[in-house]
Design a protein around this ligand. Sequence first.
Ligand code: PLP
Length: 519
Amino acid sequence: MDFNEDDFKNAAEKIANFIVEYDSILKSCPVSNPVKPGDLYNALDAKLPTSGEKSIDILIDKVRKEISPRMVHWSHPQNSAWFPNVSPKILALGAMLENTLNCVGFSWSSSPALTELEQKVMDWLVDIYGLPGHFKFSSKGAGGGCFQGTAGEAVLNACLAARGRFLATHDVDPRKLVAYCSDQAHCSCSRAAQISLMQVRRVETNDQAEMTGELLIKQMEKDVAEGYFPAFVAVTLGTTGLCAFDDLKSIVDVLENQFPSVWIHVDSAYTGPMFVLEENRHYLAGVEKVDSFNTNLSKMGIGGFDSSPMWVKNRFDLTNNFVENPDYLRSHENEINDENVFQVNFRDWTLAFGRKFRAIRVWLAMEWFGVEGIKEHVKNHIRLAEEFEALILQNPKYFELVKERSFGLVCFRLKGGNNEDHDDFVRRAKTQFGLIVTSACWKDRTYLRATFNDFASTSDDVLKVFRKFMDLALHKASLCAWILEFKAVTSLLACRLSKDSSRASEVKARYKTNVAEWM
Ligand code: PLP
């Protein structure tokens, strides 16, 4: 039923060829083709694949003709939406290894190599990102880390752990526990709090979109006065909308003094890998006091999707929530000695019982790039954003920055545009150019975001995207000019009819349009 050796090599080569071909497909198609819901579903055969299709060529052709044209191409060189989902080719090879060295790592005994490679990779990442040494297994303390599937899973785990730890030491009404995050935090933080049956407070941020210790404490004190119990806070280093940084140092300091039982989780989904560059590490001040820290290797961490490393200061805070010792594991469980530094059972660190060999994929990528390669990647990503930011600044008639560029993210607005103009820009970017533009809202004003994936994009792509944005802005600008001229003409006609010459000069001075000059 499965491939024989030669057929497998042949088929793998064809898939490899398609992987290479996909890059050239991307160069000649938009980021997003127009698709309607149901397009792909209806295009695929209604009948089940009963006898099986053994021609890999036919199957690849289906991908090429039916599936790929209906995608939003995240790896397109001109995709500037969301945050990058980087996918260097080494990950394609890593995914092959991940599937080949097929195992399920619910315990050390079920998968010793998986468990220990994951520990090794986690320890490496601590050093690569400059995180506290107590997160490492090699520190032989209580700290450690493992992969969660996503940042959302990580914050949920942290929240559940916070609840468990708080209730173990405080005999209070569990309905009165409160979780905090900033009003800029990713929705997964408030979702995690709700799933953990906690109250949620989205703390108002300052004029830099940051949550500070002072703002947080103000909200906590108000809650305490009303009979609630602060139990969890998610601090974001690099928010999704603006890539703003909560003031971690002031938060940990103030909590240590006033609310030492609160679990502090850091969500650094996008920015974690940027800490490979030492000059960025000032944002980490205070990190040695946090309970857990998470980043995503899919965004900038070159490790691919579903690999979100999460470290905890005290693993027992986490595992106490999840430990179960089912009878069917007894004969192959901690048989060497008690669970210890290296003989850990990762099923107790997550909601999922099993885990795949993600660590082999990430390990391969780390070995392949090395620390220098990882630094280079982060620098290139930031450089592309700098180029885009420069283009925005060179065109102040059409665009303005919302906030200074933060790492690889540029947030900007159309000069003089209102919220509807920005929504219209997003719509036209998609219909006219097949470009996805993400917009968000800060202080009730819509803004646009752009960020580039350096494995796919070049400076030329940045320029091409900017030119398209310029076309879209010019359309709006010419519409505005037309409206202004229309207003000028009607006002001047009204002045003429009323023979009010001083008002006419006022109108001319105010509108400064060609038509006003001409009248
Ligand atoms: N946190 C932040 C700051 C994010 O930007 C995102 C997604 O962009 C998330 C969490 C959610 O990530 P995930 O899909 O890994 O749950």
